[in-house]
Write a protein that binds this ligand. Structure first.
Ligand SMILES: C[S@@+](CC[C@H](N)C(=O)[O-])C[C@H]1O[C@@H](n2cnc3c(N)ncnc32)[C@H](O)[C@@H]1O
Length: 244
């Protein structure tokens, strides 16, 4: 098994933006999401992006006027974010997202952990610790936005083979195996090399977090819940730190 950091380094970072449908489309859809949810700077203007990847949330938050701290363990994806950043005030931090408070200069107005980053944490205790740290790092009235996949329902048989994306040169397939608290995520990428196909494979674990548990832990940390949706297995939660 690879750790999440190893998995991104050895396989996923090289294909991540392509696999997600491209950088521009993701930035556009997140800008629309933040705008619809009324996420604009009203306080300190500080935003923290946990598991920022290539910047699918950091860039739109900066476009909306936030000063962004982008935290990620993948050097390759942070390099991609650096090349996408167009002079926006985004500070890149190469560190474990659990350590983010050490990099904050003051309380943040918005914190996001989006695009299925949360299940990359290794244990439920780490998730709870993160939620507590986010609560403490937000200003009163600040918001915490989470989006992640609901992996609590099990796919069975051949449905566990998921065709992620393919084009003339690359075929990306994912295979899932379920454990009690985790899912083993096997990523298989065939890349064209001349007249041959080269296979790159790696697997790592993701946590199976339900919306109900996440909401319970957020409330325990002190948050109020402004929104909780589960649309086709994609959970979106917007939590608030009550105003002083
Ligand atoms: C599924 S990607 C999400 C990226 C982006 N937020 C999006 O919406 O596509 C998960 C990201 O979290 C990062 N990551 C995973 N575990 C991490 C950790 N413990 N600390 C920091 N970054 C982590 C990965 O390197 C990757 O960039």
């Amino acid at each position: 098994m690879a750790t999440a950091a190893e998995h991104y380094k050895n396989l996923l970072a090289d294909h991540y933006s392509w696999m997600c449908g491209g950088f521009d489309a993701k930035v556009r859809s997140n800008l629309e999401f933040f705008t619809t949810q009324g996420i604009t700077p009203r306080g300190s203007g500080g935003a923290v992006d946990l598991g920022a990847g290539p910047g699918f949330q950091s860039i739109p938050l900066a476009q909306l006027g936030f000063k962004v701290l982008a935290v990620d363990l993948s050097r390759k994806l942070l390099d991609e974010l650096e090349s996408n950043r167009q002079g926006f005030p985004i500070t890149l931090i190469h560190d474990d997202l659990l350590n983010f408070p050490a990099h904050c200069e003051g309380p943040a107005e918005v914190c996001v952990c989006m695009g299925d980053t949360l299940p990359h944490l290794e244990t439920f205790d780490q998730v709870r610790l993160l939620l507590e740290r986010v609560y403490r790092s937000l200003e009163c009235g600040g918001r915490f936005i989470l989006t992640f996949r609901d992996l609590t329902c099990e796919l069975t048989g051949l449905d566990r083979f998921i065709p992620v994306r393919s084009d003339a040169d690359t075929i990306f397939t994912c295979f899932l195996e379920y454990e009690t608290t985790h899912v083993r995520v096997h990523d298989l990428v065939y890349s064209r090399s001349g007249d041959r196909w080269v296979l790159c494979k790696s697997w790592y674990r993701k946590l199976r977090i339900s919306a109900e548990r996440a909401v319970e832990w957020l409330k325990e940390a002190g948050f109020t819940i402004d929104l909780c949706d589960n649309i086709n297995g994609l959970i979106t939660i917007i939590a608030g730190k009550p105003a002083g």
